[in-house]
Design a protein around this ligand. Structure first.
Ligand SMILES: C[S@@+](CC[C@H](N)C(=O)[O-])C[C@H]1O[C@@H](n2cnc3c(N)ncnc32)[C@H](O)[C@@H]1O
Length: 267
C-alpha cells in the first residue's frame, strides 16, 4: 500500500528517538521475557509506517476514549492479507467505532464491499458517523458504503443468507463468543477465503493452565481454548496460530482436498 484514498503516501515511522531506545535491556527470567515481548511490540510499532492522517486521528480519538481498536501488529497482518487476497467482500464481527472497518476500506481494493456487525448501539451510531466523516469517497465526493448491521452477531450472522460470499472475515468481538460465531463464519466464508481472529492469546493468559488463571477469567479462558481447538479441528479450515500482537489465528477455508492429498494413504 503506497497510497490511500486521500492520495497520501505512507511515511516511515522511524525508530530513531522512539520509545524503543528508552526501554531498559532485558535481564534473564520471567520479567526479562515480558520485557522482551514489550520491546518486540515497540520495535514492530516503530518500524510500521503510520496510516493516513485521517485514520491516525480516529485511532488517537478512540484510544483517548478507551475504545478498544486493533493494534499496529494486527493492522500489519490485515494489511498484508488484504494485499494478498484483494477481497471483493469483507465481513467484520465487532465494529466498535469503525476504526478497523475504515482501515480495511483504506487498504482494500476500491470496489471491495464491507459489512460489519456491532451490538452496542452507542458505538454503532459513532461508527456510522465515522464512516461518513473518514470513509472513502466516490468520484462525486459521496461516502462509500460500509454496511453496519446492528445487533448480537450470534443472531445477525444467522440471518445473513449469502453463503460462501465473503473472501475475508475479521473476528474481533467478545472473545468468549467466538465459538458460537464459528459455524456461521465458516458457512459465510468463500472457498479460498481467509478468516482472521484477533486476540487469541488473551494477553498471554491462554498459555497458562486454567488453574493458574483467576477465577474471573476462567470461563473466557475455557471458551477461547475450545474455540482454538474447534478451529484446528474444523475440516474446512487450515489454521495458523500467530503470536503477533495479542495473538491472531489465520484460517484458510476449504483445505479438505489438501488434507486428503496429504494423508499417507492418498494416491
Ligand atoms: C475489540 S472491539 C472491536 C474493535 C474494532 N474491530 C476496531 O479495531 O476498530 C469489540 C467490539 O465488539 C462488540 N461486540 C461484542 N460482542 C458482540 C456480539 N456478540 N455481537 C456484536 N458485537 C459484539 C463490542 O461491543 C465491541 O465494540
Amino acid at each position: 500500500m503506497s497510497g490511500g484514498s486521500d492520495g497520501t503516501r505512507r511515511q516511515k515511522r522511524l525508530p530513531e528517538g522512539s520509545a524503543l531506545q528508552n526501554l531498559p535491556d532485558c535481564s534473564p527470567g520471567e520479567s526479562g521475557k515480558a520485557l522482551e515481548a514489550m520491546r518486540m511490540e515497540v520495535f514492530v510499532e516503530a518500524m510500521t509506517p503510520p496510516g493516513p492522517v485521517h485514520l491516525q486521528e480516529l485511532e488517537q480519538k478512540a484510544l483517548a476514549e478507551g475504545v478498544p481498536i486493533i493494534r499496529p501488529q494486527t493492522q500489519n497482518l490485515i494489511r498484508f492479507f488484504l494485499a494478498m487476497k484483494r477481497p471483493a467482500r469483507i465481513l467484520e464481527i465487532g465494529t466498535a467505532v469503525g476504526f478497523s472497518a475504515l482501515f480495511m476500506q483504506y487498504c482494500a481494493p476500491a470496489d471491495c464491499r464491507i459489512t460489519t456487525i456491532e451490538k452496542d448501539s452507542e458505538r454503532a451510531a459513532k461508527a456510522r458517523s465515522n464512516f461518513i466523516r473518514y470513509g472513502r469517497k466516490n468520484t462525486c465526493g459521496e461516502a462509500e458504503d460500509i454496511v453496519l448491521l446492528e445487533g448480537d452477531a450470534a443472531q445477525v450472522l444467522g440471518e445473513i443468507r449469502e453463503d460462501s460470499s465473503f473472501d475475508m472475515i475479521f473476528m474481533d468481538a467478545a472473545k468468549g463468543q467466538y465459538i458460537r460465531f464459528l459455524p456461521d463464519a465458516v458457512r459465510l466464508l468463500s472457498p479460498g477465503g481467509i478468516m482472521i481472529t484477533d486476540n487469541i492469546l488473551q494477553e498471554g493468559e491462554i498459555l497458562s493452565s486454567r488453574f493458574a488463571v483467576t477465577r474471573r477469567n476462567r470461563t473466557i479462558h475455557a471458551r477461547m481454548r475450545a474455540y482454538l481447538h474447534a478451529l484446528m479441528e474444523e475440516d474446512q479450515l487450515e489454521t495458523l496460530l500467530l503470536p503477533t500482537g495479542d495473538g491472531a489465528a489465520v484460517s484458510l477455508k476449504n483445505s479438505r482436498l489438501a488434507r486428503e492429498s496429504c494423508a499417507p494413504d492418498a494416491g
